[in-house]
Structures are given as structure tokens and as C-alpha cells.
Design a protein around this ligand. Structure first.
Ligand code: PMV
Length: 326
């Protein structure tokens, strides 16, 4: 294939962590999320042939090839679903000449719930635009990428896509109705992985079921979550950790009420308080993945989390959004 490559670009996009507002954001309320310094890298090379070729060791894709006219049709390996749909959605809006080869690598395991699918979607679309010399606004990128996520998983707020594009820390209203930066100077959070991968769609459905049978109560919870997200924004800007801790505690209580907690998550949160953290909560859909811990003191002892099968992960928050690497 090498001789037919015309041009190359390498793009990377960050993973994300939800800070406040999960689940309510699916119903049009706001949330706050931050980009993490764990990234997905996509190297794109133009091909003369009308083909998409994907390589990704972690997703066990070795020269997975498809004609551009066949994208989205037939069997698609699990690890190629977002990439293939992203290419399909991009080229149906902005046709390209020839095809594209994509080589994908990652800093992080897709198990952590850091949003590898959204990061890869963003990196692919950004790279395709760059390869074809197309200048798009962040919102235009968002629309193509969000459509890709909805095409694959049918539901979701799009916050992970927005965070991968904008980077830093963002205030996001469900569906992308509002996306703006939260100017944070510090984010004294530690992250603990539960060791268990959560299935976002299953948990969204679980909350949806509760919302159907307890409409008024669940709506009230969503409204309150929306209010606490706005307050959390102010507390973050002012580095008001006491206030932020209160809001984290309340947000966690609502998530428990929505039924997305687990015994292990409760144990990890208790351990955090016992070790003088200011607060801790689920980050994301719940049911596993990660918890975030607000801690302005000494680093938390990793062993006490390990006793509860939790692993403290060393990641930096407020990281840069999608970017060209070379
Ligand atoms: O853990 P994640 O990234 O799948 O977080 C899901 C957050 C939800 O609000 C439950 C879903 C969404 O798309 O916003």
C-alpha cells in the first residue's frame, strides 16, 4: 500500500472524566467534565484507492480494510465500529479523494472508562479534515462526532465528544446546546479505578426506567443536579474546596438515589473519607469505572484502596483537547 500514500498526519485526542452532572446531562441538563492527559493517537495517511484501512494493536485490528462505499455495511469488528462510522459520517458530509489508512495507538486501556471511543472518533474526524485541508469549527466537529456516537450507541449526551475536542475543563449542556470552558486553575482530584468496566448504555437505560416509573421524583433530582452543577462551576473557579466537597457529596447522593452506585463504590468512597479526603463521588455512568476524590492534603494511601480492589490511577486533568501531533 505504501507507494499509494499521498500525505500523512498524526492527531491525538484526550480521554475525559466527568466531574458533576452525569445522567441528568442525558436529559438536557448541564454537566462539568475535564480532559485527562491520557490520549488516543491516530496516524492518517491518504490512499489512492477508495479504501479505509485500520490498524490497532489494542483492538486487534490488523489491516482491517473496507471499500469506502461499503462503510457501515455488513460485519464490523467491535474495535472498528466508531472509527468506521466516523469515517463514513465525515466523507458523506465532506467527500474525499481516494481513501485513508488509519493507525491507532493509545496511552490508556479502554477499560478505565476514560472515553476511548469518543477520543478515537474525534481524532479520526479531526485528522480527516486536516488531511483534506478542510477548516471546521469545534461545533462542526462536534456535530459529526456526536452523530457518530448516536449512530453506534443510540444514546448519550455528547459530553465526552465535547471534552475531547475542546479539552481543559468544560461546562456542557446535554446535546451540545452550550459548551464553554470553566476557567479552573487547580483541580485537586485523585482518580480511583474500580477494576470493573461499566456499560454506559445499560446504566442510562436503568436510570431511564426509573424515570419512567418515578417521573416527578426523578425529574426533581435532575433539576437539583442541574442547580448543583452551576454552583460547582462557581466553586471550581474560586478554588472553594469546602463548597465543592459539599456539592460532590450531594451529587453522589443523587447518583445513589438513581441506582447507579455499587457496594464497592460505597466502600471506596468511605475509605476516601476515612483517609481525610474532602469528598468522593462516582465519575460517569456508575456501576464501575472510576470514582473521583477531592483531596487537598497528602496523597491518599494506595494500599487502602487496593484492599477494596480499587486502583489509584495517576492522571493529570485539565489536559489539552484534540491536536495535531505531526
Ligand atoms: O462513564 P461515561 O463516560 O460513559 O459517562 C456517562 C455519563 C452519562 O451521563 C451517564 C452518559 C452521557 O452520555 O452523558
Amino acid at each position: 500500500m505504501k507507494e499509494s500514500k499521498l500525505k500523512k498526519v498524526k492527531v491525538s485526542a484526550p480521554g475525559k472524566l466527568m466531574l458533576f452532572g452525569e445522567h441528568a446531562v442525558v436529559y438536557g441538563y448541564p454537566c462539568i467534565a475535564t480532559a485527562v492527559d491520557q490520549r488516543i493517537y491516530v496516524e492518517l495517511a491518504k490512499l489512492r484507492e477508495s479504501l479505509m484501512i485500520v490498524n490497532s494493536e489494542s483492538e486487534e485490528l490488523d489491516n482491517y480494510a473496507k471499500d469506502l462505499t461499503e462503510l457501515g455495511k455488513g460485519e464490523v469488528p467491535k474495535g472498528a465500529r466508531f472509527v468506521e462510522m466516523a469515517v463514513k459520517n465525515y466523507i458523506s458530509k465532506y467527500p474525499i479523494k481516494g481513501g485513508v489508512e488509519l493507525n491507532i495507538t493509545a496511552d490508556f486501556s479502554s477499560q478505565f472508562g476514560f472515553g476511548s471511543s469518543s477520543a478515537v472518533t474525534v481524532a479520526v474526524v479531526y485528522g480527516l479534515a486536516r488531511l483534506s485541508g478542510k477548516k471546521l469549527s469545534n461545533k462542526e466537529f462536534f456535530d459529526i462526532c456526536f452523530k457518530t456516537v448516536l449512530d453506534i450507541q443510540g444514546k448519550g449526551s455528547g459530553y465526552d465528544i465535547a471534552t475531547a475536542i475542546w479539552g481543559k475543563t468544560v461546562y456542557f449542556v446535554g446535546g451540545g446546546k452550550k459548551i464553554r470552558y470553566v476557567p479552573v486553575s487547580k483541580l485537586p482530584m485523585e482518580i480511583c479505578y474500580t477494576g470493573r468496566k461499566a456499560d454506559t448504555v445499560t446504566l442510562i437505560d436503568k436510570v431511564g426506567k426509573l424515570k419512567n416509573s418515578q417521573k416527578e421524583l426523578v425529574n426533581d433530582i435532575f433539576v437539583s443536579i442541574g442547580k448543583l452543577v452551576d454552583k460547582a462551576c462557581q466553586a471550581l473557579i474560586k478554588n472553594d474546596w469546602t463548597r465543592l466537597a459539599e456539592l460532590m457529596q450531594i451529587n453522589e447522593g443523587y447518583l445513589e438515589a438513581l441506582g447507579v452506585g455499587t457496594k464497592q463504590i460505597s466502600n471506596l468512597i468511605s475509605v476516601s473519607y476515612e483517609n481525610k479526603a474532602l469528598a468522593a463521588k462516582i465519575s460517569g455512568a456508575g456501576g464501575g469505572d472510576c470514582i473521583i476524590i477531592l483531596n487537598t492534603g497528602k496523597k491518599l494511601p494506595k494500599e487502602v484502596y487496593l484492599k477494596q480492589k480499587g486502583v489509584i490511577i495517576d492522571v493529570k486533568t485539565n489536559a489539552e483537547g484534540v491536536r495535531i501531533e505531526s
